[in-house]
Design a protein around this ligand. Sequence first.
Ligand code: PHB
Length: 251
Amino acid sequence: MANSPSGDSAIDRVVRVLETFTIDRTVQTASEIGRRARLPSSTAHRLVDGLIEAGLLERDDEHRVRLGMRLWELALRGSHALRLRQAALPHMERVQARIREHTQLAVLEQDSALFLERLSHPDAGANITRIAGRLPLHASSSGLVLLAFAPEELRERVLAAPLAQVAKETVTDAAALRRLLAEVRRTGVAVAPGSIEAVSTGIAVAVRDPRGEVIAALSVVLPRDAPTEQAVTELVRAARGIRSSLSADLR
Ligand code: PHB
């Protein structure tokens, strides 16, 4: 792949362009993209035009640029995430109908919890998760489950780095976090009161694939002082259901 004078490849530059889009920044001008991707303006305009021609980006009436439907189509085609989400949805709907609070499905992705799905109830309380959004591993219930069952090398890397104090009750002491993760590994459940926002308690359980590997976390977000037992029971049942649905898929 042709390298630029700065040594980065054409793929690096395209990835940098696509990565300037975030969950909160969905439309930009080509110049803004160039600045954020650290590319010369002419390169940015050329890349944006090429990506628009390929359908990976789209231009709106005001000449601003957004991610294209073609990118969505390609990303979902044959995707593990889509298969997992489809297997999980009926079980998530049942949890959500019974608990009447937000229900989420997250996977481990590049040192954070990436949310594949979120179902919300009209009467549900606060919730900062968003589909295709991320939360820190050490500061959310889903993240704690994913971190507890992550490869040891990743867990040690997270434990060795400074742990950001996202909310007042985020566990930021590495020794305390290590103990908490051991407990989550033992029970398969993480209860995280006020870990990411003071008003809520996140509860997450491990979702296993048919071979028994933890592949996701299923969670609900409850008001801070709500009882947690029923949510744990429903989540555990749903996680088992997802595992069976994935096994049935393989047949
Ligand atoms: C959590 O999983 O701990 C969590 C997630 C979103 C919230 C609150 C808690 O808004």
